[in-house]
Design a protein around this ligand. Structure first.
Ligand code: NAP
Ligand code: F7E
Length: 343
């Protein structure tokens, strides 16, 4: 019988790639969506018409119990979050409610629907749970590269919220015997990345500048270093973690690092422009506490899951710039047609 998966955060970057991946493996996939007439739902519906949807919100315990009860999933992937680190200083309480307490609410929903108590531990056939943990939990790193044992020292309310969800998932595994795992994923990007994140902000600006629609790109800290990979590769690791015999947390990243300055240079080179002619450093975009360097040691994922990334960083930036050039070109043509009054 086909496996049933419930994905929170289905309308986000990772949710869409994971849904496509699971559907391609024959899963029945439900996405949890929130709010009235959520415009992001239409976007993901277009990508994968076989998807089903169920209403719910990580802020609302009852809605999660109802969703889990209705879908009766074999696997739950908790990808829903407020994921923009910079925003987490402005709305720390909301970020904590969604990203931290939201994990507890989902774990509780699974526990309630499965009838688990501390004296009644989960058995075979239980619901398997994946938590979207983040390299931001390492923050001010004590060693490099970072692995599953590296000390957590988050530097933002977002990082702290993710550390709570991470530890709570481990606690439910230890308290109730739940099959709950965390994937500690390093930065992963794609043409579906939100425009507020630095790689997409860069690829969008490069396309606009190339087409003469924008002149400059304002950025914050160009010295920050990240381990950036392709989102389509990372969702494969999520499923593999739930397919193991034992629930084990895994770090997922490429092990290769670049600075924001490198990212800008590579992206501008894709269209034959010099980044220094267009980039302006804006101190207002520098964060109150920066994560200077993140680099993954994914030895466990490579050995246990057989996971490997398939796309390197220059290829990823090229993919994103080309996608944004096509989009910007279409929009410019549309605007020209409209202004010529030929409709
Ligand atoms: P994303 O594109 O920002 O998507 C976030 C998703 O969360 C959206 O579908 C959003 O739905 C949903 N959401 C927000 N608030 C919610 C709420 N109250 N209840 C239910 N859903 C809610 O993020 P992403 O890049 O796909 O990342 C997926 C997950 O991985 C997140 O948990 C993120 O923190 C984590 N992560 C990401 C990275 C990365 O580099 N991408 C690395 C490590 C960990 P709406 O459409 O309704 O807003
Ligand atoms: O910033 C620097 C910024 O916002 C990357 C999320 O998916 O990955 C992501 O978090 C770096 C930072 O991603 C700008 O200061 C410079 O050092 O693209 P970002 P992030 O904060 O690393 C982790 C793993 C997650 O879990 C998160 O959900 O780039 N930077 N100038 C800038 N960043 C932005 N956004 N905008 C700038 O203008």
């Amino acid at each position: 019988m086909a496996k049933r998966a419930l994905i929170t955060g289905i309308t986000g970057q990772d949710g869409s790639y994971l849904a496509e991946h699971l559907l391609s493996l024959g899963y029945q996939v439900w996405g949890l969506t929130r709010g009235q007439a959520n415009p992001h739902k239409m976007r993901v519906q277009k990508l994968a018409s076989e998807l089903s949807f169920v209403d719910g919100d990580l802020m609302d315990q009852g809605s999660l119990v109802s969703a889990v009860d209705r879908v009766q999933p074999d696997e739950v992937y908790n990808l829903g979050a407020i994921s923009f680190v910079a925003m987490s200083w402005q709305q720390a309480e909301l970020v904590t409610e969604v990203n931290a307490v939201g994990v507890l609410r989902m774990l509780e929903a699974i526990r309630m629907v499965s009838g688990l108590t501390t004296s009644r531990q989960a058995a075979d056939g239980q619901i398997r749970f994946y938590q979207a943990s983040s390299s931001e939990m390492f923050g001010k790193v004590t060693e490099s590269p970072q692995n599953e044992q590296t000390v957590l020292h988050p530097r933002s309310p977002y990082g702290v919220s993710k550390a709570y969800g991470h530890l709570m998932t481990r606690n439910y595994r230890e308290s109730y015997g739940m099959f709950g795992v965390s994937g500690i994923l390093f930065n992963h990007e794609s043409p579906r990345r939100g425009p507020e994140f630095v790689t997409r902000k860069i690829s969008l600006a490069v396309a606009q500048i190339k087409l003469g629609l924008q002149k400059e790109l304002r950025l914050g800290n160009l010295d920050a270093v990240r381990d950036w990979g392709f989102a389509g590769d990372y969702v494969r690791a999520m499923r593999l973690m739930l397919a193991q015999d034992e629930p084990v947390d895994h770090v997922v990243g490429t092990g290769r690092v670049h600075s924001v300055r490198d990212a800008v240079r590579i992206a501008f080179e894709c269209v034959g422009l010099n980044w220094e002619d267009h980039v302006v450093v804006d101190p207002a975009l520098v964060r109150p506490a920066e994560v200077e360097l993140l680099c993954a040691d994914s030895t466990r994922a490579r050995e246990n899951l057989g996971w490997e990334p398939s796309i390197d960083f220059p290829e990823l930036m090229q993919m994103m710039v080309e996608s944004d050039l096509r989009r910007a070109g279409r929009e410019r043509d549309y605007a020209e047609v409209l202004s010529a009054g030929s409709w």
